[in-house]
Design a protein around this ligand. Structure first.
Ligand code: TXA
Ligand code: MG
Length: 349
């Protein structure tokens, strides 16, 4: 299939381009587009065949449900059986934005879109291209992250091109995304709202708005037999091709340990990668050293995580050693992704 790649300026989107992308979605085709979190792979959420095509293009297991994207609050009601008061409150505080909420689904949402579940995940993104496209595409756009299943989520159009060119009708290039980590998911089908995936909207922000909030046991359990409730969180996504190890502890000791291991693996003939920050990269001298961002701006770390992991795939790193980024606001989201990428390989020094 020929994939049309269209550059659109988020500040001044050309309506002609958006209309063309919307038409593709209404006719059952697939369009990748930027959101404020990561790029999404969009298709008509109410069309069984479009949903099946999304799974096929990503190589995604069919029991892993898709998020339905809307572009106004009124579009929520037809998708769900009821909207709990707490969810309304959260929507008015955080939508449009990097938040997904789970509800009991209505009959208009096909089981093919929800991976067979009787609940539906809904998100109202804030990115201007995403909103315009959802409106032109008929109002309900199913969109998982626009990566091949198992690869890091795409934060720029080049990542989408790498994974999906030739498999979908169109890729909208709206430049780099702002947040770089997928939306926070809160489940409202439970008695107490439950975080199924941490994101930019963190636990404290949710608690300030909702009062009581729980963290899904499967996310924090050491016991790997306790499965997370969001089916996608059980897969070892975001996996780099090389072996990733996280080193935690006091700054000087972390740098010394990483340098020691990098030296050892380099001497043994392996391509080695190091993930540090602007503050620390000067301490390293072995292997390929990359800064993920600066500790004085934790959002920069979230924004670059996935592209750094992809860069290490591209240069064939067999071993990657990373510092830990347990920062105050986004630390939970960053470490959730990094730990999954590392298959939970962590050493403390
Ligand atoms: O930021 C985002 O949310 C991005 C952009 C494109 O909007 N989308 C995204 O979609 O991250 P995806 O498919 O890569 O991740 C969706 C996650 C998966 O872990 C999935 O299992 C979970 O949401 N999910 C979807 N529907 C669910 C449901 N009904 N119940 C529990 N988990 C659900
Ligand atoms: Mg994903």
């Amino acid at each position: 299939m020929n994939t049309k790649i269209v550059k659109i300026d988020p500040a001044h989107p050309r309506m002609e381009d958006i209309r063309e992308a919307g038409r593709i979605i209404r006719e059952g085709g697939l369009v990748a587009f930027p959101t404020e979190t990561v790029y999404g792979l969009g298709g008509n959420a109410l069309d069984v065949t479009a949903s099946q095509r999304i799974y096929a293009a990503k190589g995604r297991p069919s029991d892993n449900p898709l998020i339905v994207h809307i572009a106004d609050m009124a579009s929520l009601l037809p998708l769900v059986t009821e909207i709990p008061e707490a969810a309304r409150k959260l929507a008015s505080a955080c939508w449009p934005g990097p938040l997904t909420m789970i509800f009991h689904k209505s009959s208009i949402v096909p089981l093919e879109t929800t991976g067979g579940l009787d609940s539906v995940a809904v998100r109202f993104p804030s990115h201007p291209i995403a909103c315009a496209l959802i409106r032109e595409g008929g109002g309900y756009v199913a969109a998982p992250s626009a990566n091949t299943s198992g690869r890091p989520s795409p934060t720029m159009a080049e990542h989408v091109i790498e994974d999906l060119k030739g498999k979908i009708e169109m890729i909208v290039d709206g430049g780099s995304v702002g947040i770089g980590l997928e939306s926070t998911i809160v489940d409202f089908t439970e008695k107490i709202p439950t975080i199924l995936r941490p994101g930019y909207i963190n636990e404290q922000m949710l608690r300030d708005i909702l009062g009581e909030v729980r963290m899904d046991k499967g996310l924090i359990a050491e016991d790997s037999r306790i499965h997370p409730k969001a089916p996608g969180m059980k897969y070892r996504h975001y996996a780099p091709k090389g072996s990733l190890l996280i080193v935690e502890g006091q700054t000087d000791r972390v740098a010394a340990k990483i340098e020691e291991m990098a030296r050892e693996k380099t001497a043994a003939g392996y391509t080695v990668g190091i993930i540090g920050t602007d503050e620390s990269v000067g301490r390293y001298s072995s292997g390929i050293i990359k800064s993920i961002g600066t500790r004085s701006d934790e959002e920069s770390i979230g924004r670059h995580l996935y592209s750094v992991l992809r860069e290490f795939d591209d240069c064939g790193a067999a071993y990657i050693f990373s510092e830990s980024f347990d920062t105050p606001k986004m630390g939970q989201a960053i470490m959730n992704r990094l730990l999954k990428a590392a298959g939970h390989q962590v050493i403390r020094v």
